[in-house]
Structures are given as structure tokens and as C-alpha cells.
Design a protein around this ligand. Structure first.
Ligand code: GLV
Ligand code: MN
Ligand code: MN
Length: 417
């Protein structure tokens, strides 16, 4: 029988407000990029609370994941894991990722206060760099934990100053040469769960407090570079220009139209650099970063082909163009037994819920490859996220923690039978 946990609104509020202070003072909103001082401060704060308020065994693994462990009654059982991330995007909000780590911490604190010991060991994880890091890579911690990150990738990825991700990890106290020690084998995690803000409008518009996440859209990232010719803005006739920006601008609109041809596909050109970006010089080069998402892998492949066809057309106009794309995270469908467990908990607690997929990516995408996983969403006011206005009500966060704690306790008894 699961015992209701005495979840503390006060502690959750204090933690969210404290973490919000660890932000880059030179940026808008909340900015805590992985490897920054603010990020290290946030990790230190949560590590301190894990040890002082829940007596967790705290460590940072070789890739830089923060892990707090509560031993189980049966240490031979695989662990139950709750995780999310403490980094933010640039000029982001106070809740993305943070809500999930604090949810895990609060559950561990309640178990400690109420002297409840689970049969399974419980691990609370703050994954390194879920968001795009200054090294261009995201979901670094969860990819490493599931064996999806190569040492070579760490050595090749560099930041704007030319420092490698490998070097940055070493400087941050990690040990990338021992990457294999981070890897968890299938079967070593009984179940992985992540509470997250929805980051979209569904729950808020329908006034429903809980989302049971059915799956996660696949993400493909791409980089397109167009090379034309820089020249004098006053003397070069319109017919003789090789303007990389006009080509780039029409490509952006074409990409937008391609996305609209598919049901529930989203494509964003969120990065755009103009070179030399000076008012009386014809732009000689542009570079853009794309993010493509869909729950349908075939649709994604076909949209990529359509973009490729448009870029081939630009080549024939005398401009150079390169198009590189790579999979950022795979499409995920959470196991039915996991979503049903969350639904049963909501029903028992009399909490209205909705089952639907996530358009945003999460560490759960990777964890689900090695462990039966699930996610709980809570409403995002106005559907806003990845911006300073991102907001979730404290009462909704508490409700989410209640549901998550019910799920963890239910799985603890069912999976140990
Ligand atoms: C993660 O924040 C994403 O880009 O979905
Ligand atoms: Mn995010
Ligand atoms: Mn997130």
C-alpha cells in the first residue's frame, strides 16, 4: 500500500526561487548554460539539499550528471530513477527541467522525513546539458548514460573559442576517458520517470492539471550554409549579384511551407548568421540552424528530401550551398504499462488528466531506450516556454509531484513482485 507523501509547497517554492537566482546577469530572463559558473552553482545547491535534506548518497558521474541515491530495502533490485535537467536555454524560463529535478528531490525528502524505505534503490538525476550546450551538443548526460555518446564526439565538438567538449568536461571535474563507467545496461533501471512542464498550450487551454505523456517526437537538427559573393552595395547591378541572404531568406520561407504540408510537423529556423553583416556590403555568406520535429519518421525523411531539393535549386543559381543534417533524438512511444500506471494513479487521486505526446525533447527520450519510462506534464501558462515568461503554478507543480510519487510507490511494489 502506498503512503501519501507530505509534499512541502514551501520547500519546492524555495528551491525554484533559489535556482532562478543562478542566472547569467548579462542575459535576459533565466540563462544557465551547461559548464557556466551559474550552472555549477545550481548543481552545488541541489547536491547540498540532496545530502542535507534527504540523506542521499550524492556524486557527480564521469560525464557530469548529478546523482543522488537512496538505497533500497533490496539492493539487488534495479533502481527506480527520477530525472530531468538543471541547465536552461539562453533567455529561458524558471521551470523547464528544474521542476523535474526538484520533484525528484522533494519525493526523496518526503521518503526520508516519513521514514519510508522503498524496496528498490531510488536515484534522482540532474542530467548534464539537456539543452544545446556551447559545444553544439544537447542531451549529453542522458546520451552518455544510455551508451549513445562516443568519446570521439566529445573530442570533435568545440565551442566558439575552439575548446573541445572533452577538455571542458575534464576542467569541470568529469572524466571523459572513463565514459564507459557512466553507461547503464538495459535491466539496471527498473523504471525511469520525468516530471516536466508541458511547454505547450494543451493543458492550460483545457484547464486540466496533469498530462500523461504517450511519447516524444523525433528531432532532427540541420545546418545550411549558403556561399555567394560579398561585393559593394552601391556599384554591383542587381542582375550581377550573388547575394547569399536573399537566397537564404527565400529558403527560410520555402522550409516554412514544407513544414505546413505535413500533419503536426514543426520546422524552425532558429539560428541565422549573416556574413559580413554590414549595411553597404552584399552578404557573401549565410548560415542557418534548423530544428525539425515529428512523431512520424517517414514524414521527417520526406521533409528533409524536400528541403534538399530546394537547396539543389539554389546551387544551380551559382551559389554554393551545403546541407548537413543529423538525428538529435529518436521518436519515442512510452510502454502502455507505464502510461496506464500513471492513469491509474490519477484516477485514484481524483485528478483529471489527458494522455498526449510531447513535441519537446527530453532526457526521457534516451532513457526510454534502456528502461521502461514515462513522463508527467504539468500546465505551462499560455503555453509559453523557452522564454522568460515561462510559468507554472506552484499548486500544479505540487499536484504533479503527488502523481509522480504515487507512480513511483506503485511501481516499487509492483515491479518487486
Ligand atoms: C528541449 O528543450 C527541446 O528543444 O525540446
Ligand atoms: Mn528546454
Ligand atoms: Mn526540458
Amino acid at each position: 500500500m502506498s503512503v501519501p507523501l507530505q509534499i512541502s509547497r514551501k520547500r519546492i517554492k524555495r528551491d525554484i526561487e533559489t535556482l532562478a537566482v543562478f542566472t547569467d546577469p548579462n542575459e535576459q530572463g533565466f540563462t544557465r548554460l551547461s559548464f557556466s559558473k551559474e550552472y555549477r552553482d545550481a548543481v552545488d545547491y541541489v547536491a547540498g539539499k540532496m545530502a542535507a535534506e534527504a540523506e542521499l548518497e550524492v556524486r557527480i558521474d564521469e560525464i557530469g550528471n548529478l546523482i543522488g541515491r537512496k538505497p533500497g530495502i533490496n539492493e539487488n533490485l534495479p533502481c527506480l530513477m527520477i530525472g530531468s535537467h538543471l541547465d536552461t536555454v539562453k533567455a529561458g524560463g524558471k521551470y523547464d527541467g528544474i521542476a523535474g529535478v526538484i520533484a525528484g528531490l522533494e519525493i526523496a525528502r518526503c521518503l526520508y522525513d516519513q521514514k519510508i524505505c522503498l524496496k528498490h534503490p531510488l536515484e534522482i538525476v540532474g542530467f548534464l546539458a539537456e539543452e544545446p550546450s556551447p559545444f553544439g551538443k544537447s542531451t549529453i548526460g542522458s546520451r552518455a548514460m544510455t551508451g549513445k555518446l562516443e568519446l570521439e564526439t566529445l573530442k570533435k565538438a568545440t565551442n566558439q573559442q575552439g575548446k573541445s567538449l572533452y577538455q571542458a568536461l575534464k576542467e569541470a571535474g568529469g572524466n571523459p576517458d572513463k565514459l564507459e563507467k557512466v553507461i547503464r545496461k538495459p535491466g539496471s533501471i527498473a523504471s525511469y520517470w520525468e516530471l516536466h512542464i508541458e511547454q505547450g498550450p494543451v493543458l492550460d487551454q483545457q484547464k486540466i492539471p496533469i498530462g500523461v505523456v504517450s511519447g516524444i517526437a523525433a528531432i532532427v537538427r540541420a545546418e545550411i550554409t549558403i556561399v555567394g559573393e560579398s561585393n559593394h552595395a552601391g556599384t554591383t547591378p542587381m542582375a550581377q549579384r550573388k547575394d547569399a541572404l536573399t537566397a537564404g531568406a527565400s529558403l527560410v520561407t520555402a522550409i516554412d511551407s514544407i513544414a505546413r504540408e505535413y500533419d503536426r510537423m514543426v520546422i524552425t529556423v532558429g539560428e541565422f548568421e549573416i556574413d559580413p553583416n554590414f549595411s553597404n556590403i552584399i552578404p557573401g555568406k549565410v548560415k542557418m540552424g534548423l530544428d525539425l520535429r515529428s512523431l512520424d519518421e517517414d514524414d521527417l525523411a520526406s521533409a528533409i528530401q524536400a528541403i534538399q531539393d530546394v537547396t539543389d535549386g539554389i546551387k544551380t543559381n551559382g551559389l554554393g550551398i551545403t546541407f548537413n543534417h543529423w538525428r538529435s533524438s529518436p521518436r519515442v512511444v512510452f510502454p502502455r504499462e507505464m502510461t496506464i500506471t500513471a492513469e491509474k494513479v490519477c484516477k485514484k487521486m481524483n485528478i483529471p488528466y489527458l494522455v498526449f505526446p510531447s513535441g519537446a525533447g527530453h532526457d526521457a527520450s534516451y532513457l526510454s531506450e534502456i528502461a521502461p519510462s514515462g513522463m508527467i506534464f504539468i500546465p505551462s501558462k499560455g503555453g509559453l516556454s523557452h522564454c522568460p515568461q515561462e510559468h507554472s503554478d506552484l499548486s500544479d507543480i505540487v499536484k504533479g509531484v503527488e502523481v509522480l510519487s504515487g507512480v513511483i510507490q506503485k511501481l516499487d511494489s509492483e515491479l518487486s513482485l
